[in-house]
Design a protein around this ligand. Structure first.
Ligand code: SAM
Ligand code: SF4
Length: 452
């Protein structure tokens, strides 16, 4: 193994250990004693992105740890009503947002409710761009057209075009064969300014041929953007992944990432894992592009003023808080200034470039002094290059960012795991809280079946 390889291996292992340390040892979640008094407030002159969580799916996929419940129309309707109430709360607290990201779950699972919510968001705030996520069963052009002028970017989960992989993760039965999904995607093209197609790579036992075939098919459909996520595993999903996809002794993440970058050299790289046909101003990862964001909905995270702020996960808990005009927040976790600066360094590098003077003025920092160690290490291992006031990741640097973001997302699962059991709390008072006219017994039945 050459010296370069050894240095890179050491750098990757150091980076992994240090983010793990930050997320595990130092991630100090405080369950608030008086959560009702916590109010999210904007800082004058700061811009924020709005994130709204839609925690419903018809069926669950084994690799997915996002906060979700089995879909029930009545529960979802009440949930969306609460989401709109929380939107109004944010307006009352003085927030303005330019862009909105609706994540899930499957955000188009109840189109009428989503439409009402997006219209309200646009009425309340100066929102000019909305991104949403969905699955291949919710992209019929007739249904999408009602969101014309509302949604700017729709990302559709495909995960793989390989029938065997789709069968193993249960998506073949749910969303159809690879050929069916390709047809659905082709029909959905052109409805919105941007259609993004999500794939996952480095699945256990995935071959290079399967990856190349995924890339070839994705490029032939020619959506505006293709995102390739490295498989993220955490304690919440490890067993289910092993059970369905098996276990592999070989980790192909880096090799496959290099193949991906080579095969997308004719695309514009929007961030470490997204490739666009053309450069666009649309924000991709809400975490990356806007370092400060406000999350609404059950289990949504906000990142505000150096704190990760966590909304109630349990649907009833969330509903009770919102219905009584209280804040949905239940916990938060503070970062030290140094951690904040490192986090912002990571997300900017993940996005592809740090403008040194903008970074310094936005964070009231001096990146070369405050992060002297990190900067010299990144330079030493050949992960970044600096010129004309811009710091850019090299190919290797981009891969480090991808692994760190992968670790960061898996780290968020630790937070979800803390509150997951909470989501199972059967809710004796569910419908009384969510809606007075509702039938409580039915609500209990629904909730005991829906908790993820
Ligand atoms: C919140 S999901 C919503 C997608 C939509 N519900 C669907 O299933 O098509 C957004 C995307 O995250 C990605 N994702 C989910 N779990 C992942 C994991 N464990 N590793 C890598 N990517 C993952 C998938 O590509 C997925 O399409
Ligand atoms: S991948 Fe999509 S459909 Fe599958 S469980 Fe996650 S959010 Fe739901």
């Amino acid at each position: 193994m050459g010296l370069k390889n050894v240095v890179e291996k050491l750098a990757l292992s150091y980076a992994h250990r240090s983010i793990d340390k930050s997320l595990y040892n130092e991630f100090n979640i405080k369950i608030l004693q008086n959560p009702d008094t916590y109010i999210k407030k904007p800082k004058p002159g700061k811009s924020y992105m709005l994130y709204a969580h839609v925690p419903f799916c018809h069926t669950f996929c084994p690799y997915c740890s996002f906060h979700k419940y089995h879909y029930e129309q009545e529960v979802a309707k009440l949930y969306f009503e609460n989401l709109r109430t929380e939107l109004r709360q944010m307006k009352e607290h003085g927030f303005e947002f330019g862009s909105m990201y609706v994540g899930g779950g499957t955000t188009l699972i109840n189109e009428a409710e989503l439409e009402k919510t997006l219209i309200l968001a646009k009425e309340l705030f100066g929102i000019t761009e909305i991104s949403a996520e969905t699955d291949p069963n919710h992209i019929q052009p007739e249904s999408l057209r009602r969101f014309d002028g509302l949604i700017n970017r729709l990302s559709v989960g495909v995960q793989s075009f390989d029938d065997e992989i789709l069968k193993k993760v249960g998506r073949y039965e749910k969303f159809g064969s690879s050929a069916d999904v390709q047809k659905k995607l082709k029909n959905a093209m052109g409805v919105f300014p941007m259609l993004s197609l999500d794939l996952i790579f480095n699945l256990p036992n995935q071959t290079q041929a399967q990856l190349l075939n995924d890339i070839k098919i994705a490029k032939s459909i020619a959506p505006e953007q293709i995102t390739l996520y490295p498989l993220m595993k955490s304690n919440m999903t490890r067993d289910a992944i092993a059970k369905t996809l098996g276990v592999s002794n070989v980790d192909n993440e880096r090799k496959f990432y290099e193949i991906i970058c080579e095969n997308f050299s004719d695309y514009y790289q929007s961030n470490a894992w997204a490739f666009a046909k053309q450069k666009s101003d649309l924000k991709d990862e809400y975490v990356g592009s806007n370092s400060e964001y406000v999350g609404i909905g059950s289990g949504a995270f906000s990142f505000l003023d150096g704190e990760l702020v966590i909304n109630a996960f349990n649907l009833l808990d969330y509903a009770r808080k919102i219905k009584s005009g209280k804040s949905a927040v239940i916990a938060k976790c503070s970062f030290t200034r140094k951690e904040m600066l490192r986090y912002k360094l990571l997300i900017k590098l993940f996005d592809g470039c740090i403008d040194v003077s903008a970074y310094n003025s936005q964070n009231k920092a001096n990146i070369h002094k405050d992060l002297a160690f990190e900067m010299s290490m990144l330079k030493l291992v050949g992960a970044i290059k600096e010129s004309d006031g811009l710091i850019k990741p090299t190919d290797f640097g981009r891969y480090i960012c991808l692994t760190l973001m992968r670790d960061f997302y898996a780290g968020m699962d630790r937070v979800r795991a803390i509150f997951k059991d909470d989501a199972k709390i059967k809710s004796s008072k569910m419908l009384r809280i969510m809606s007075d006219e509702h039938d409580t017994i039915k609500a209990e039945a629904i909730l005991s079946n829906t908790a993820s």
